[in-house]
Design a protein around this ligand. Structure first.
Ligand SMILES: [Zn+2]
Length: 243
């Protein structure tokens, strides 16, 4: 059972991930929520919505509430409500016992690629091996543009992501998972990076995927992205945006 101090620490990590992603302009306010599974329980901590909520970029631990895996908020503070799309989180945790965090957010550049028939291509390697690996691992598309606001849709989305680390949602956003909020957050940042570069490449010409041989060299490295704590990159982003 997590202690009160551990819960508070986890609340701060959830709030921090909200602030970092929003300050990197990876969502339109106030859309987006980060959650973390409370270790050893079937409860989570999640960014709440409602009249008293802070914007995603200003999230504090006071905006984070506890919920069960049916989406019920425990002891909901006045002025806060559960996100309507809490079913994204409940179903990811139910279907993926290995994950510790879920992030649903609306990064504009990634959303742009969900609304055209232009795939994200593996156009670079050494520039950013992490985002290349994330793409090569497979990034599924959830083809509906509706709010995921009930159990049926939540389960459908969780089935659609399979065992991957991030899924694009058509005309909507992304849902990323990871061992903790920083690890899931890095997955959002990496996917956005390769989307930005694909977009820029299309502005000036026809993007050219790197060779199969080069792709194989990155695949064979085998390391998955979104490591616990987000690696050193997360700390850099956190400091960069003063979150
Ligand atoms: Zn959404």
């Amino acid at each position: 059972m997590a202690t009160a101090a551990e819960i508070n620490e986890l609340k701060e990590k959830v709030a921090e991930a909200c602030r970092v992603l929003a300050r990197l302009d990876l969502t339109r306010e106030p859309a987006g929520h980060v959650s973390a599974r409370i270790p050893g329980t079937d409860h989570m901590l999640i960014k709440a919505r409602g009249p008293r909520e802070s914007g995603v970029r200003y999230t504090t631990p006071d905006d984070i509430v506890e919920a069960d895996m049916e989406g019920n908020i425990i002891g909901l503070p006045e002025g806060l409500a559960s996100p309507r799309e809490i079913f994204i989180h409940t179903w990811m945790y139910k279907k993926r016992p290995e994950i510790g965090s879920v992030i649903h957010i609306h990064p504009p550049m990634v959303v742009t690629f969900t609304v055209v028939d232009k795939p994200l291509l593996p156009i670079y390697g050494a520039y950013d091996p992490g985002s290349l690996r994330l793409l090569l691992d497979g990034v599924p598309l959830y083809d509906k543009s509706v709010l995921v606001n009930n159990d049926e849709l939540g389960e459908e989305l969780a089935d659609a992501i399979q065992d991957k680390e991030i899924i694009m949602m058509r005309g909507h956003g992304v849902t990323a998972v990871g061992p903790d909020p920083a690890g899931a957050g890095i997955n959002v940042i990496l996917l956005n990076e390769i989307a930005e570069m694909n977009y820029k490449a299309r502005l000036i010409g026809e993007p050219r995927p790197i060779s199969d041989e080069d792709i194989a060299s990155f695949k064979s490295a085998g390391r998955r992205t979104g490591a616990a704590g987000g690696g050193s990159a997360w700390e850099t982003y956190r400091r960069m945006v003063d979150a």
